[in-house]
Design a protein around this ligand. Sequence first.
Ligand SMILES: NC(=O)c1ccc[n+]([C@@H]2O[C@H](COP(=O)([O-])OP(=O)(O)OC[C@H]3O[C@@H](n4cnc5c(N)ncnc54)[C@H](O)[C@@H]3O)[C@@H](O)[C@H]2O)c1
Length: 508
Amino acid sequence: MTTPLSPNAVVAVVGTGAMGAGIAQVAAAAGHTVRLLDAREGAAAQAVDGIRAQFARLVDKGRMDAAAAAAAGARLVAATDLAELADAALVVEAIVERLDAKQQLFAALEGVIADDCILGTNTSSISITAIGAALRLPERLAGLHFFNPAPLMALVEVVSGLATGQNVTDTLFATAKAWGKVPVQAKSTPGFIVNRVARPYYAEALRLAQEGAADYATIDAVLREAGGFRMGPFQLMDLIGHDVNFAVTKSVWSAFYHDPRFLPSLIQQELVDGGFLGKKSGRGFYDYSEGAAVAQPASAAPQALPGKLAICGDSAAARALAQRLQLAGTPFETTDSADGRIAVAGDTVLYVTDGRSATRRASDLGIAKLVLVDLALDYAQASRIAIAAAAQCAPAGVDAATALLQAAGLQVARFADVPGLAVMRTVAMLANEAADAVNQGVCNAAAADAAMKLGVNYPQGPLAWADALGVATVRTVLAHLGEAYGEDRYRISPLLQQACYSGRKIHD
Ligand SMILES: NC(=O)c1ccc[n+]([C@@H]2O[C@H](COP(=O)([O-])OP(=O)(O)OC[C@H]3O[C@@H](n4cnc5c(N)ncnc54)[C@H](O)[C@@H]3O)[C@@H](O)[C@H]2O)c1
């Protein structure tokens, strides 16, 4: 096993903005002397003061020992000249996100540092190979991609470019671990792991909105309360800022030669054009101005239960509904499920979405009164669920299905009849993208899942989620989405196909 850098080794951080300051804090807390440098006069000294204040806050909260905080604070040294970084064993670069600026900085650094000094770049989107191409010793450069805020986010992507030495990534991996982080290894490809695999979380929601599936607050609430995601996609894009989020989407899309899988959304382009950048500008999908009403999700009005309720089969959804109805004291029958139905309310049949629209499924099955239910991370715990009714289903039929779900304690979000609803379609696309990253050797399945759980707080790694759902189910959903839209965007990763036909789980 490769050993981490010794705590006695000097670490330098160049670029002491939001990320650089956070990284310097982590390195100083781990015992390193940290030299900070920034092109803006006074910025490094300001960052040192800011980090010391952070340490003091941690002491106040009882999360750091006062002596340790004082010692860590004393290990921070503001530099004013590149030459002062000469004794660094590792330099982490967190300057402006521009290839020419990063190349220039590293070339200048190589004139100052020792040949065995390791270089890490915190770039989110620039190729490590391209940055390394300007170096005299490109094998010493790797991506060391922290997430914001660096002191709090556990994930670090250790990214190797074409020339990166294995000993360099191994040392960075071990060092990130020693700093209390969870490192994952990735190959330098657009978006690395997190910024690539996360794209569908935004893209599918934007598409749902564009198709009028439901309003923003309702889609957000469904992703949170049924999907188990900490933030809904619109809420999250507003927080990240549309300029930033749109730029990442566009950069990944361009880097993949305009693969339709990453196609940016016109809705977001409009927001950027209009200066509706999200929370920071006071308006994005939501209005953040003082006194503005907080947008509420739409929930179906309470409906009267029909005479007959049945729970069918023993799928996860059926079992949870049965349990919830039982708890609520609502009587129901149980029946087998030959065609995958999960319940019958009156004479309306409920199924979990398989990526077909309700209208198509009703037509395929010859059942007019058909309502589709979205995926939930855990049907026993969800507080809200999205449904879509077939065009052939009369309103009373939709009301009956709604009543059953309400009796089980769920808020019901009635969506327009979009294929795959919200959570199912999002999870299928996240799993597909993660599978493709694994298939293309960007990372392994464990790294993909860890990255998404730790880098963007997903409730479950997308590949473990696909395994739990059944890879065949995910494949079917994607195939149906592909048929519905006739777009390459929903093409199925070869890895999912392989897992599906071999009957194996991805994590087997
Ligand atoms: N903000 C994020 O959420 C985030 C997350 C992960 C990675 N990153 C990446 O980290 C890097 C820094 O991002 P940030 O958000 O901290 O930016 P920032 O604007 O907060 O800080 C950048 C700092 O670099 C300094 N700088 C610019 N050019 C310089 C140069 N040539 N030499 C020395 N200093 C220079 C600036 O004065 C500024 O203080 C970028 O590559 C970005 O893509 C950002």
